[in-house]
Design a protein around this ligand. Structure first.
Ligand SMILES: C=C(O[C@@H]1C=C(C(=O)O)C=C[C@H]1O)C(=O)O
Length: 287
């Protein structure tokens, strides 16, 4: 039997603060989790196979008329992210005319790279999309873009490549924060499941708050399951923001404007926020 809500979960550690204390037992008969990389979740949401969950903020914009976003949840950073890297054989200053391999797991970051290299560097680049395996990607390309745990593992392995953090580049050029994922809900689900949705939303928010107040149990967990160094994980989670307030909203809307300017999106999108009580806030940029 189909459960009442099918919820996506990005397979990467970056969303764990929002899931770590989620009260799964409480909703056991009512919800089902679908764990996948962002590009797969984006498609599943668009096809109506998932009811809510984190998707690429770029994909949200492509389908904005059909979605709303759960208030105050995102995967964002105001500067360095630590899990979105361009690995390059040459310094970025020498990449004009280069061939760059893009991971097939992303929608936001691949377009962020296109914006940065086209708008801020004025480069002509030829892009190919591939599975996220760095050695294969760099066989023919001059540089490769990875996100999530693939990027974390590749940077850990080290090597003599030039490595650029996309959140950091964006912040250097614009001064803005960047939001990579937001928790989208299909509009049909709002009418059918608003009570359950409110409870699920609250449980996500509570998990986020609890891991922020005391990150140690989450850090122990990722250290055990994903290796690495506890101090590095602590820094990683400190650098990420899972809120969606004014700082994140303004940065994201600017990204949407840049994407539309380059023809990557048909038009700059807005984000409609949903929270229990039915209050929706339209986040059109007014400045
Ligand atoms: C911070 C990250 O944000 C991610 C990047 C995404 C994208 O590029 O489409 C989507 C969701 C997030 O997982 C990351 O993967 O490291």
């Amino acid at each position: 039997m189909q459960k009442s809500l099918r919820i996506g979960q990005i397979l990467y550690t970056n969303v764990l603060p929002v899931y770590f204390y989620f009260q799964q037992e409480r909703f056991e008969d009512q919800i089902e989790f679908i764990r996948q990389v962002p590009a797969t979740l984006n498609q599943a949401m668009a096809r109506g196979e998932i009811d809510l969950g984190p998707i690429s903020s770029f994909s949200y914009a492509e389908h904005a008329s059909r979605y709303v976003a759960l208030a105050d949840l995102s995967v964002s950073a105001n500067g360095r992210v630590g899990s979105l890297f361009l690995f390059s054989k040459k310094p970025i200053e020498q990449l004009n005319g280069a061939k760059i391999a893009l991971t097939n797991t992303s929608a936001t970051t691949v377009n962020l790279l296109k914006i940065i290299l086209s708008k801020f560097y004025d480069y002509e680049i030829s892009y190919v999309t591939q599975e996220p395996i760095l050695a294969d990607m760099l066989r023919e390309a001059d540089a490769a873009l990875l996100i999530g745990d693939d990027a974390i593992q590749a940077v850990r392995r080290g090597g003599d490549l030039h490595v650029y953090d996309l959140g950091e580049l964006w912040h250097q050029f614009t001064g803005y924060s960047m939001t990579f994922a937001i928790w989208a809900v299909r509009k049909e689900v709002l009418a059918e499941q608003s009570e359950l949705l409110a409870e699920v939303h609250n449980s996500f928010l509570a998990s986020k708050r609890k891991t922020r107040e005391n990150p140690a149990p989450l850090i122990d967990y990722v250290h055990t399951h994903f290796g690495g160094d506890k101090q590095e994980w602590a820094q990683y989670f400190q650098g990420l923001q899972h809120d969606f307030g004014d700082v994140q909203r303004i940065g994201l809307l600017y990204y949407y404007r840049c994407a539309a300017e380059l023809g990557l999106l048909p038009a700059p999108a807005t984000v409609d926020l949903w929270q229990a009580g039915g209050r929706q806030t339209n986040t059109t940029l007014t400045r």
